[in-house]
Design a protein around this ligand. Structure first.
Ligand SMILES: CC(C)(COP(=O)(O)OP(=O)(O)OC[C@H]1O[C@@H](n2cnc3c(N)ncnc32)[C@H](O)[C@@H]1OP(=O)(O)O)[C@@H](O)C(=O)NCCC(=O)NCCS
Length: 151
């Protein structure tokens, strides 16, 4: 697949349903964000809520939540059939570039220590592990806090 055929655009309300389907396919019932949580992100953080679209199909999404000069990367996923094609990198690079141009100094995120694909992606884009958080998730899994700082 040609990555150039994947368009990144702001999330629209109608995208929340396909986003929820992707979310459910990626995470366990206990971990997946609910429809209401995505609606809340859409209401409050629409400026930093993006989708990757391929021929009118939602292939992935990314949401960042800002607090002053700091931003938390809240949610990122790519539908299984579109993985390993560069879409996750494309979305993350774009969001990092946009946040940096807005004067954001720090982007942080939390990732399960067992999530090799995501950790590898984040490191590739310049995020570093700054802390291990034991028993971070409800099921007892550990998490890494990662961040990217701009000068
Ligand atoms: C993490 C995720 C978003 C990556 O999306 P993607 O579009 O497949 O990523 P890309 O194709 O851009 O790959 C970028 C890098 O990620 C890493 N990566 C992707 N899939 C990987 C895998 N299965 N194993 C190890 N590393 C992997 C690699 O470093 C890769 O770089 P490379 O191609 O130069 O080796 C995707 O796997 C996903 O949606 N996972 C489920 C949801 C999730 O875990 N989200 C993050 C929550 S913190």
């Amino acid at each position: 697949m040609n990555l150039a055929a994947v368009k990144l655009r702001k999330c629209r309300f109608a995208d929340l349903e396909p986003i929820l389907q992707i979310e459910k396919s990626c995470f366990s019932t206990a971990e997946a964000y609910s429809r209401s949580r995505f609606e809340s992100r859409y209401r409050v953080h629409r400026n930093n809520f993006w989708v990757a679209e391929r021929t009118n199909e939602i292939a992935g999404y990314i949401v960042a939540c800002s607090r002053g000069k700091s931003v938390n990367l809240d949610s990122l996923a790519v539908a299984r059939k579109y993985r390993n094609l560069g879409i996750g990198s494309k979305m993350l690079r774009m969001v990092v570039r946009k946040l940096r141009s807005k004067g954001i100094k720090r982007i942080s995120l939390t990732v399960k220590t067992s999530n090799r694909a995501a950790i590898s992606l984040y490191k590739k884009i310049g995020f570093e592990v700054v802390r291990l958080s034991k028993d971070h998730y409800r099921n007892g899994s550990d998490a890494y806090l990662m961040e990217k700082i701009f000068d």
